[in-house]
Structure formats: C-alpha cells, structure tokens
Design a protein around this ligand. Structure first.
Ligand SMILES: Nc1ncnc2c1ncn2[C@@H]1O[C@H](COP(=O)(O)OP(=O)(O)OP(=O)(O)O)[C@@H](O)[C@H]1O
Ligand SMILES: [Mg+2]
Length: 484
C-alpha cells in the first residue's frame, strides 16, 4: 500500500506554499509600484521641460526671433544630462540636445495636447540605452507659421538598473522567506503534533499487564480531547473485558475444583476399607449426582460460548407463553408445595421464538424465584403486551431484595449475590446468563427490578414486533419503571 506523507510534511509544504504565494504577491506589488513611481517622476520631469520649451516657443513671435530660439532652448534645458530633446518644424530640425535618437513611431505619435500622462509615454532601446519619451505638437506664436513637433526623452537606464537590483533583492527575500517559513512550519507542526506522539507512546506501552494507563486529559489540547476521551474509554472497556475474562477463568477453575475434589474424597474414603456391594452402590449414586452437576455446568458453559459466537440461532415459531408457563408450573408444583410456596399466573401473550429455548429461559427465572421466596410467599408470573409490539413476561417473587450494587452484574456468568459459594443453596451462577443469551438471540431485552419484591422481566418480540436492540436494564425502583 502506498505510504501517505506525514502530517508534518503536509503542514510544512502547505505553510511554505502559502507564504511563498503571499511573499511573491507582495514582491510583485512592490516592483509594480516602483515602476509606476519612476514613470510618475519621468512624467513630472518631461512635463516641466515641455513647459519651458513651450514658453520659449511662445516667446518667438517674429521670424527674426526664430533664430534665437535654439539659444533660448539651450538655456532652458541646461544642466539636464539625461534629457534629450528634438524640436522640428516642417520636418526641419530647429534644435536637438542629448544622445537619444527618436524613432519615427514616437515622432508620428505626437499629439496636440501639451499635457503629458503616463499613457502618453513611449519607451524604446537605442545603442544599449533605454529611453522613455513623448512627442507633442506645439503651435507657433507667429501667425500662419506651421506648428513645432517637440520630442523629449529621458535615459532611464539608471532606473532600470535600480529596478533590476530591487527585483533580485525581492527574489532573494522570497527564497529566504520560503526557507524560513518552511523551517518554522516544520517546527510548529512537530510541536503541535507532540500530543499525538504521547498517545502513540501510551498505546505502545500498553499490554495485558498494564491496561490501567490513561492519557492525561488536562494536558491534551482541546482539538484532541475527543480522541483522548475515546481512547481512554476504549482502554477502560478493554480493562473491564480483560478483568471479566480473567475472573471468568478463575471462576471456572473454582467451580470445577469443588465437585472434582468431592469426587476424589468420596472415592478415597470408599477405597480406604473393604465395603459391601450396597455401600459401593450408594457411593456410586452420590458420585453420579456430582457428575450430573459437572455435566450440566459444562453444557451450560458450552451453550454460553456458542451464544457469544452468535451460534445460537433460535427457530421462529409462535409460542403461547401462558401454555409454557403452565407446563413449567406443573413441573415445579411439587417443589413449590414442598417449600410452602404458591404459584400464580395472569395475562397471556404469544411470541415468535424457539419453544425449547424460551422454556429454558423461563425455567431459570422460576427456579431462582422459588429458591428465593420465603415460606408462605407466592411466585407470580405476569404476561402482557409491552411497547413496540413486544410481549413482557415478568416473574415476581417476594423476599430479600437484591442489593442495588449487585444488579448491574446479576446477568454475568458465575455471578452470585452470595459470593460464599454455598453450593447447597445456590447453583453455579449460569442460569441468568443463559436466560439473557437466549433472550438476546431472540432480539429481546432482559430487565431486573428489586425493591419490595424482586422482578425479572423478559421483553420478547410478539408476532408483529420489529427487532429491537438487545441488552439488559436494571432498576432498584418500583414497578412504575416497567414499560407497560
Ligand atoms: N429471584 C431472585 N431473588 C433473589 N436473588 C436472586 C433471584 N434470582 C437470582 N438471584 C441471585 O442472582 C444470582 C445469579 O442467579 P443465576 O440464576 O444466574 O445463578 P444460580 O441460580 O446461583 O445458579 P444456576 O442458575 O446456574 O443454577 C443468584 O446466585 C442469586 O444470588
Ligand atoms: Mg439460577
């Protein structure tokens, strides 16, 4: 892949180009102004001389005075070395001074106006010199005599040499300025981009063991604030995921260790002395229970791993929730009766989903509810419509509320409110995680509320619902927060 030029290089080039364009424009303007200024000076100079010549011609009022005209013109123009003049009448040269030879085109351009402007000036080269001049027709003061053609010119070679050296100076200044601004731009860009290098440095030092590093927001420039925040947020998310992953591995190890060590102890005890067949049978039954727990846990973990990889694809058939809950009530009836707990259901609803998976999700909620309901209490299931064509199933049980700090993590795998791992009363802590995965695979949502009672709510797509974003919500407030 083609490597993109660095930002420093781009900024440097951009600055250099912009400043070069500006300096060239300024230089061009200065040169143009200087040229105009010289022209203006020439106009003044030639205008003054023309006035003197016009005066001398005006004084020549008789044919006899005409002979003295060259002398008076010489007096008028004395001391102006750079000036050339040519005065003619009827093609006859009356007076000439200076080195300039006036080309025909200049003489032919003579006008009757005695006022010289910048546009009436003509420029020509002759014998290595450059002249700027003008030709004017002046009337004779002698009645009936033909007019005079007066041509005046100034040698502008000195001006041109000066302009040439100024132009050189401007070009040298432009080159130096471009070099200087490029250097400055490079330096500024490097300094300006330094915070990006800091970000890169933090990223470079990042590893699984050092996920707690963060960018110091206060020392990052405003423009990079969003980037720094996003970067830090990403690190927090990574750190959290990493911590959960490592918690998860240690949880697996712990969960497997207990049943395996139980099995080992029982086997060692069994082998410690000779026993009769009945005793061995009892020990094997007891082992079988542990094996079953292990097998269930492994199957649950596999299910969750599949769900994580998007491999749990539920079928979509209409499922009558009331019918499913009735079936589960029949299953849990004996257990509930044994614990002195009532089971109640109201409402109805049909969802689109996988019957077996939904039954499993509901069964997890019911078994939890029954386990946490005190004797004499009632577990109730409410089914009803929710917003956007979804159907809500709420499993509610009385009993000790779940402390608010546990609610955000209650659906995490292996998470249990009582962390003492009392395996007799609590399961592995995978039930709610499985319920959440199943609901998410259906495009639904899982929520939990716990205050005077504990309520787990599943929002499942009804027969007409569009799919919604998946996720879970928790709330320690009362039922008013329910979407219904
Ligand atoms: N209805 C409820 N009332 C009070 N606490 C509950 C209720 N349901 C779940 N919990 C708490 O949430 C924790 C997680 O529940 P979850 O169903 O995931 O695991 P478990 O029931 O302990 O084990 P498993 O379901 O894998 O057999 C439980 O350990 C319990 O502390
Ligand atoms: Mg459970």
């Amino acid at each position: 892949m083609k490597r993109q030029p660095s930002i420093t290089l781009r900024l440097t080039l951009l600055f250099a180009l912009a400043s070069a364009a500006t300096i060239i424009c300024v230089g061009g303007f200065v040169a143009w102004e200087m040229n105009n200024h010289f022209k203006e000076m020439d106009v003044d100079e030639l205008g003054g001389k023309l006035e003197l010549i016009a005066h001398a011609i005006g004084e020549t009022r008789s044919p006899s005075a005409r002979d003295t005209l060259p002398g008076r013109l010489t007096d008028a123009l004395v001391g102006h070395h750079a000036l050339s003049a040519d005065v003619r009448t009827q093609g006859q040269r009356v007076f000439a001074t200076g080195s300039a030879r006036f080309p025909e085109r200049v003489l032919a351009s003579a006008t009757d106006s005695a006022k010289i402007t910048r546009t009436s000036l003509r420029t020509w080269n002759d014998q290595g010199d450059t002249y700027r001049g003008v030709a004017v027709r002046l009337p004779s003061a002698i009645a009936g005599a033909p007019p005079y053609t007066v041509a005046l010119a100034i040698n502008i070679a000195v001006h041109q040499r000066f302009a040439h050296s100024i132009r050189w100076a401007i070009w040298v200044a432009v080159a130096c300025a471009i070099l200087l601004t490029s250097l400055l731009a490079w330096f500024t860009a490097r300094r300006g981009l330094a915070p990006l290098h800091d970000i890169a440095q933090v990223a470079k030092n990042m590893s699984a063991e050092h996920l707690n590093a963060r960018l110091p927001i206060e020392s990052v420039p405003v423009e990079l604030n969003d980037l720094a925040h996003s970067f830090n947020d990403m690190l927090s998310r990574l750190e959290d995921s990493f911590r959960r992953l490592s918690d998860f591995s240690s949880d697996i190890a712990h969960e497997l260790r207990t049943p395996v060590s139980n099995l080992m102890t029982q086997t060692q005890v069994a082998l410690s002395k000779a026993r009769d067949a009945e005793e061995y049978r009892e020990i094997l039954y007891s082992n079988l229970e542990e094996y079953q727990r292990l097998a269930t846990m492994i199957a649950d973990m596999l299910f969750l791993a599949k769900a994580d990889n998007g491999l749990i694809i539920p079928s979509r058939e209409p499922v009558d929730l009331r019918q499913e809950v009735e079936g589960l009530f029949a299953f849990y009836e004996a257990l509930a009766e044994h614990q002195g707990i009532g089971l109640a259901m109201h409402g109805e609803g049909t969802v689109l989903g996988d019957r077996l998976m939904l039954r499993r999700a509901l069964s997890n909620l019911l078994s939890n509810a029954i386990r946490h309901t005190p004797r004499g209490g009632t577990v109730s299931v409410a089914i009803g419509p929710a917003a956007n064509g979804f159907v809500s199933v709420m499993v509610e049980n009385p009993g000790e509320p779940i402390p608010a700090e546990h609610l955000p993590r209650i659906f995490d795998r292996f998470y249990r409110v009582d962390s003492s791992r009392q395996r007799t009363s609590e399961g592995a802590g995978l039930g709610l995680a499985i319920t959440r995965s199943i609901v998410a695979a259906h495009g639904g949502q899982t929520r939990v509320f716990s205050d005077t009672s504990t309520r787990f709510e599943l929002l499942l797509p009804g027969l007409t619902a569009p799919t919604i974003q998946t996720g879970d919500t928790y709330s320690a407030q009362n039922r008013r927060n329910s979407p219904r």
